[in-house]
Design a protein. Structure first.
Length: 97
């Protein structure tokens, strides 16, 4: 009986045609989405202020409640109103990776 040799070790990285296929099927970079992906995948850090007067804290919380958003979303809205380019909350929410 003849022996059959089977080589299952495919080296696709060394094959020139596989390199061409990988290059052709690679997704195109999106400038508009790259910033939101970078923010979504960025490490999370604590963001806090020094002590502020309680009426200011309460007014901020009340305004967030009145608008139907979280305090973080209201902070993002304030930063956007100040001219800082921040994508929408849904685009940078780390829970939707």
């Amino acid at each position: 009986m003849a022996k059959v040799s089977v080589n299952l070790d495919d080296d696709l990285d060394g094959d020139d045609s596989s390199q061409k296929l990988k290059a052709m099927t690679a997704p195109l970079p999106s400038v508009s989405r790259s910033k939101s992906f970078a923010l979504k995948d960025a490490p999370r850090v604590q963001f806090s202020f020094t002590n502020v007067p309680e009426p200011i804290k309460n007014a901020f919380a009340e305004e967030a409640k009145k608008r139907g958003v979280t305090k973080k979303e209201l902070l993002y809205e304030c930063l956007r109103a100040g001219g800082i380019d921040i994508p929408s909350t849904s685009e940078i929410d780390g829970r939707r990776r």
